[in-house]
Design a binder for this molecule. Structure first.
Ligand SMILES: [Zn+2]
Length: 414
């Protein structure tokens, strides 16, 4: 088959060396990467990518939200393109593979197709989505969410970083760095989107499997709960008169924990933050504010659990009033079966082991899913460690992921 032949043009060593080169931009002393969105390091990394793309004869474009595109023109330029990619920004103590792998695997796949002398019918585009991590500018997945129409451009432009620099200003600076790259329209029709990524979890490595066919992305709802009581003397206040906000919060958290206990261990309920006021050893707490992060792979279950949780907050605990605010809600999603079976077939054709896997973390693919057929390819990472300078993956797995990506891109573009 044509796809199998083209995968032979994937150059494992070149792909590895490009990872090591990209890791220079924002390199940390511990061997990780700190390359935050629209920073100087981000600009340097973009420069290198653009150089590689131009050497390959790709057409480079950007858009108003700072996404970067590199296109291999197809024989039918009118047809909606097949897009692959990910992000090159990182957490402050990030690793050398999160995000950048999807970009470099995409570049390697397009280079392999080019070197095999194949011109696909649909254009192939490599996308670098702006600010996936959300560490400099929150929230994350800015570029992909604005591109897909899930967020407005205006809603992200005014977001500021810790130094008071806005996304709008930072975008202007990066545009000035690349004055020759033309602006492409924000709203474009895409045929399909495929994102390769390290798993960021331990499953593939534990099972000894190279390719994860991602079935979908787990949904998440986040809340902030405030419990208001009253300050009182720890030695003199009678129990019947106390309005202890911390005890109330503990009671409420226990009630939510009971609600979230399931035999299958699918519900993920986390209170990662608790702030108590005045936080003094001899004062009955007057206020307790805590966060809730709630996740479940099934959207309807996530919805109903979140709603029951809201109900639990409608009561008083320890005579304290409770108020709850929902901060974000992202449903669980399932990638189309057509894309999943294409990934599976492509891996099997190349005798690369694969299995279905759910993504428990969010990715740009979450937003692309709303505008075109989307899928993801996972590869193993060492001990499942990610968002960590110790993040690691093997040259062989990186290359196998790119080989599968080649076949999938050709399958979608011919
Ligand atoms: Zn990522």
């Amino acid at each position: 088959m044509m796809a199998v032949d083209v995968s032979k043009f994937v150059n494992a060593q070149r792909l590895w060396e490009r990872h090591m080169e990209m890791a220079q931009y924002g390199r940390t002393p511990q061997g990780g990467v700190n390359r935050q969105a629209l920073s100087t390091e981000d600009a340097m990394a973009r420069r290198v990518l653009v150089t590689w793309a131009e050497l390959l004869g790709l057409t480079v474009g950007t858009d108003v939200v700072g996404n970067l595109f590199m296109r291999l023109q197809g024989t039918n330029p009118e047809a909606a393109p097949v897009v692959t990619g990910s992000h090159i920004d990182s957490q402050p103590t990030g690793g050398r593979f999160d995000g950048v792998y999807g970009v470099l695997a995409g570049l390697e796949a397009i280079q392999a197709i080019r070197e095999a002398g194949i011109v696909p019918k649909r254009s192939l585009e490599l996308a670098v989505w702006m600010n996936e991590e959300g560490s400099r500018f929150a929230p994350g997945m800015m570029g992909s969410s604005v591109f897909s129409g899930s967020r407005t451009l205006d809603s992200v432009l005014s977001v500021i970083d810790a130094q008071g620099i806005s996304v709008g200003q930072a975008l202007e600076e990066i545009r000035n760095e690349f004055p020759d790259i033309p602006l492409w329209p924000l709203e474009r029709r895409l045929h399909a989107y495929i994102e390769a990524h390290i798993e960021q979890g331990p499953v593939l490595e534990r099972e000894g499997i190279t390719i994860g066919v991602v079935t979908g992305i787990q949904g998440k709802r986040t809340f902030r709960v405030s419990v208001s009581g009253e300050e009182a003397h720890a030695g003199t206040a009678a129990r019947s008169e106390r309005r202890d906000a911390l005890l109330a919060a503990v009671e409420l958290i226990q009630a939510i924990k009971a609600l979230c206990e399931d035999d299958e261990d699918l519900v993920k309920f986390t209170v990662g933050r608790l702030d108590v006021k005045p936080n003094a050893p001899s004062v009955v707490p007057a206020e307790a504010v805590f966060s809730i992060d709630l996740r479940h792979p099934d959207s309807s279950k996530l919805q109903s659990l979140g709603d029951q949780l809201l109900d639990l907050c409608a009561y008083e605990y320890e005579r304290c009033a409770v108020s709850i605010q929902e901060l974000s809600a992202a449903p669980s999603l399932e990638f189309p079966d057509s894309i999943r079976s294409l990934i599976r077939r492509t891996a099997e054709d190349q005798s690369i082991s694969c299995m279905d896997i759910l993504s428990k973390a969010g990715h740009d693919a979450r937003y692309l899913h709303y505008v075109c057929d989307t899928g993801m390819i996972f590869i193993p990472c060492k001990d499942g460690i990610s968002h960590n300078e110790a993040e690691s993956a093997t040259e062989r797995d990186l290359a196998d992921g790119a080989r599968v990506l080649v076949g999938v891109l050709l399958g979608l573009s011919t």
